[in-house]
Design a protein around this ligand. Structure first.
Ligand code: SF4
Length: 695
C-alpha cells in the first residue's frame, strides 16, 4: 500500500493506493488535515485514468501536419525535436522557442522546466496555465502583504472561526472535503449563482449575497463602507499594522449601501447585515476564489476584499485572516519556482539583479546569460506563429485549446507554429495538434512534491511503475537538454536530486524550500513554507509582521469599473463559467473516467426558465450560445434560482461544446489574467450539434 495525494485540486487530499485483483490500483481515502479522511468522486476514481485505453506508450511523430502520427522510438523523437529546436533558434534567435507549463506539475518539474527554458533554450518565452487560475490573488497579496501564499494559515484554523466570508468560491462543488472545515462557522457566500456552497450557507443560517457578475469589487467597497458607518472598523489594528487606509477609504466613501445595491443588485440591508456579522465575529476569515479573480479587474477586486479584511483587523491575527483558495493541484508551488514569465525559483523576480546572481550561481551559468521576463500565458499563446512570436512550443501538462479564453483564436495560433511538441499521457485536444507527442508518466507512477492551498509541501509517492515505453517529464527534459549541449547532471532525473537543487535555488527567497528534505517529508512534518534549512516550518505567516520592509500591510486604493464587455442588443445575456464536481480543468483526465463521464457527459447551460422561454428553449434542448468571439452548444438545464440576465456553463468540455469558444481574453493589467467570468452572449436553439464529441 502506498500513501499519496490526489492528482487533481489544491486540497491535495491524501489517499492510499494498492493493487486490486486485476492489477489496477484501487483508491481508499487517508486521513490528512485537509481532507480528514474524505475524498470527492474525482479522487475516488482517480486511479482509473492511469489505465485509460487511449493512453500513449510510444512517442508519436509526424513531419507533415496533415499526415497521421507514426510511432517512433525515444531517440528518434528526441533527436528530431532537438534538431528542429536548434534550427529554429539558429534562424530566429532563442525566443523562437516557447515553453508552456502547468499548475499541475510537481515542484521539481516546475523548477526544472523553468531552468530548461532559461538555460538549455535561453528563451524568455515561458509561462503556464496557472496564470488563468490564481495570478490575480497572487498579485493582490503581494501588494497588500509583500508575500503571496494562498492561505497564510492552516485550513484547520478556518474551521474554528465564527464567520467565514467566501467570495467567488464554490468549494461544495469544486473541493467537497473542504466543506468539513466550513460546517461550524456561519458562512457569507458572495456569488452571482445560488451555488451549492451558497445553498449550504443558507442551510447553516448564513447569507448568500448575489451580485451581478462583474460587480463584486463594488460590493466589497460597499461592505467596507457599511462597516465604517456602523463603527465596526478595527482602528487600533489599522493604526498599528497597516498603511494607506485613508486612500482606500477615499474610494469606498461613495459606496453607500443603497448606491452599492443600485450597482450590484445586493439589497442594502443585506450589505449592512453582512458587514456587521463579519465585523462582530470574534474570529473571522475572508477567502476568495476564481470568481473574484477571473476578470479584467481581478487584481483590484481581490484587493478590495483584502482591504475589507484589513479594515476589520483580520490578517496576521491568530484565528482570523485573509486567504485565497488555490484551485490547481500545485497552483501554489507552480507559481513559485520559475515557470512563470517573470520569475526565478524561490518566488524571486527575474529582473532583480541579486536574484539573478543567486540562481545563476546555483545553475553554474553567468547571470548575464539568463533571459529577462517573457510574455504572460495568453499573450504568449496569442503570439505563436506570428512574425515576432515564437515558432515552436513545448507543452507540459496543459491543454490550452480547451482551457484558454477565445479558444478558436488559440487553436489558430497553435496551428500556425512550425513545431508543437506535447508531453502528455493521451492525445488531448492540444496534443492532437502536435508534431511530436512524448508519452509521460502520471502522478501515481513517479514521486515528487506538491504545495497545497495552505502552502504545505507534500510528498507524492509512486505506487506503480509507468507503462513500458513511457518516461517521466524529468527524463524528457534531461533527454532534450543533453541533446542541446547541456551537461546531463544539470538536469537531474531523480526527483530527490531535483528537490535538493530547488532547495538551494530557493534558499533566501520568499518561498524558501531549503529545509524541505525527503526525510522530513517522510516523517510527516507539516512543512508550510518558508522552510529554511534546519529551521521549523511556518504554518502561520504575518503573526508578528507582514513581509513589506516596514512590517505593515498596505491598503490599496481600488475603484469599481465595468467589465470589459457590456451586453448589447445582439448579445443580451452574460455568460459566466466555472467547474463541476465531476470534472477537473480541461477535462483531459476526468472525461476519460467512465463514472465521471457518465455523470456529466456533455456541456450544459444553466438558464432561468423565463430567459429560456424568451429564447425559445426548453429544459433538455440543445442551445447555441454566441459571443463576439465564437459559438458553443450546450444542453439547457433550467434553474428557477438562476439570474434572469446570466447563464452559467462549465468549461470542461471540448470542441463544439467548449465554453471557452465564448470567453473574453481581456486581460487584467497587473496579473494578465483573462476575463473568463463575464462574456456577453446570445442564446438560441441550436440548429444542430455534435453528439459525443467529448471523447
Ligand atoms: Fe480532494 Fe480535490 Fe482530489 Fe477531490 S479533486 S479528492 S477535493 S484533492
Amino acid at each position: 500500500m502506498t500513501t499519496t495525494h490526489c492528482p487533481y485540486c489544491a486540497l491535495q487530499c491524501a489517499m492510499h493506493l494498492e493493487p486490486g485483483p486485476n492489477g489496477a490500483l484501487t483508491v481508499r481515502p487517508a486521513d490528512f488535515p485537509t481532507n480528514r479522511g474524505g475524498l470527492c468522486r474525482k479522487g475516488w476514481t482517480s486511479a482509473e485514468v492511469l489505465g485509460t485505453p487511449d493512453r500513449i506508450t510510444s512517442p508519436l511523430l509526424r513531419k507533415d501536419r496533415n499526415a497521421e502520427f507514426t510511432e517512433v522510438d525515444w531517440d528518434t523523437a528526441l533527436d528530431y525535436v532537438a534538431e528542429r529546436l536548434s534550427g529554429l533558434r539558429a534562424e530566429y534567435g532563442p525566443d523562437a522557442v516557447a515553453v508552456f507549463g502547468s499548475g499541475g506539475l510537481t515542484n521539481e518539474k516546475s523548477y526544472l522546466l523553468g531552468k530548461f527554458a532559461r538555460v538549455a533554450l535561453g528563451t524568455s518565452q515561458i509561462d503556464y496555465n496557472g496564470r488563468f487560475c490564481m495570478s490575480s490573488a497572487a498579485a493582490a497579496s503581494m501588494r497588500a502583504f509583500g508575500l503571496d501564499r494562498g492561505m497564510p494559515f492552516p485550513l484547520t484554523d478556518v474551521g474554528e472561526a465564527e464567520v467565514v466570508l467566501l467570495a467567488g468560491a464554490n468549494p461544495a462543488e469544486t473541493m467537497p472535503p473542504m466543506m468539513g472545515h466550513l460546517a461550524a462557522p456561519t458562512l457569507i457566500v458572495v456569488d452571482p449563482r445560488r451555488s451549492a456552497t451558497a445553498q449550504q450557507a443558507l442551510a447553516q443560517g448564513g447569507m448568500h449575497l448575489a451580485p451581478r457578475p462583474g460587480t463584486d469589487l463594488a460590493l466589497a467597497l460597499g461592505l467596507l463602507h457599511a462597516a465604517r458607518i456602523q463603527h465596526l472598523l478595527d482602528a487600533d489594528y489599522i493604526a498599528a499594522r497597516t498603511t494607506g487606509f485613508d486612500a482606500a477609504w477615499a474610494q469606498a466613501a461613495a459606496w453607500w449601501p443603497e448606491q452599492t445595491e443600485h450597482v450590484t443588485g445586493v439589497p442594502a440591508h443585506q450589505i449592512r447585515d453582512a458587514a456587521r456579522l463579519l465585523a462582530e465575529a470574534s474570529s473571522a476569515y475572508v477567502l476568495t476564489g476564481r470568481g473574484t479573480e477571473q476578470h479584467a479587474k481581478g487584481t483590484d477586486t481581490v484587493s478590495a476584499w483584502i482591504n475589507l479584511a484589513l479594515a476589520l483587523g483580520l490578517p496576521g491575527r491568530r484565528g482570523s485572516g485573509y486567504g485565497c483558495i488555490t484551485g490547481q493541484g500545485n497552483g501554489q508551488g507552480g507559481r513559485e519556482h520559475g515557470q512563470k514569465a517573470d520569475q526565478l525559483p524561490g518566488y524571486r523576480k527575474i529582473d532583480d539583479p541579486a536574484a539573478r546572481d543567486h540562481v545563476a550561481g546555483v545553475w553554474g551559468v553567468e547571470p548575464d546569460t539568463l533571459p529577462g521576463p517573457g510574455r504572460s500565458a495568453f499573450e504568449l499563446l496569442d503570439a505563436l506563429g506570428t512574425e515576432t512570436g515564437p515558432r515552436a512550443m513545448l507543452l507540459f501538462g496543459s491543454n490550452p485549446v480547451v482551457s484558454a479564453p477565445e479558444a478558436q483564436r488559440v487553436r489558430d495560433r497553435i496551428a500556425a507554429l512550425d513545431l508543437l511538441v506535447a508531453a502528455d499521457f493521451v492525445l488531448s485536444e492540444t496534443a492532437a495538434m502536435a508534431d511530436v507527442v512524448l508519452p509521460v508518466a502520471q502522478w501515481a507512477e513517479e514521486s515528487g512534491t506538491m504545495t497545497n492551498l495552505e502552502g504545505r509541501v507534500l510528498r507524492r509517492r509512486a505506487a506503480a511503475a509507468p507503462p513500458a515505453g513511457v518516461r517521466t517529464d524529468l527524463e524528457v527534459l534531461n533527454g532534450l537538454a543533453t541533446r542541446l549541449g547541456q551537461p546531463a547532471d544539470r538536469f537531474p532525473t531523480d526527483p530527490d536530486a531535483a528537490l535538493a537543487e530547488l532547495g538551494a535555488a530557493s534558499a533566501g527567497g520568499a518561498a524558501d524550500y531549503s529545509g524541505v528534505t525527503p526525510e522530513r517529508l517522510e516523517e510527516g512534518e507539516a512543512l508550510h513554507w518558508p522552510v529554511r534549512a534546519q529551521a521549523e516550518a511556518t504554518p502561520r505567516l504575518f503573526l508578528d509582521a507582514f513581509a513589506h520592509p516596514d512590517g505593515r500591510a498596505r491598503f490599496t486604493p481600488v475603484a469599481h469599473r465595468p467589465s470589459a464587455e457590456a451586453t448589447t442588443a445582439d448579445y443580451p445575456l452574460i455568460a459566466t463559467t466555472g467547474r463541476l464536481m465531476g470534472h477537473y480543468q480541461s477535462g483531459a483526465q476526468t472525461r476519460r473516467v467512465v463514472e465521471l463521464a457518465q455523470a456529466e457527459p456533455e456541456a450544459y447551460v444553466e438558464v432561468h426558465p423565463d430567459t429560456a422561454t424568451r429564447c425559445g428553449l426548453s429544459n433538455g434542448a440543445w442551445a447555441r450560445l454566441t459571443s463576439a468571439r465564437g459559438t458553443t452548444v450546450a444542453r439547457v438545464r433550467l434553474r428557477a434560482d438562476a439570474r434572469l440576465d446570466t447563464v452559467f456553463l462549465p468549461f470542461h468540455f471540448a470542441g463544439e461544446q467548449a465554453a471557452n469558444n465564448l470567453t473574453n481574453p481581456a486581460l487584467d493589467p497587473t496579473s494578465r489574467m483573462p476575463e473568463f467570468k463575464v462574456s456577453a452572449v446570445r442564446l438560441e436553439p441550436a440548429a444542430h450539434h455534435t453528439e459525443g464529441e467529448n471523447l
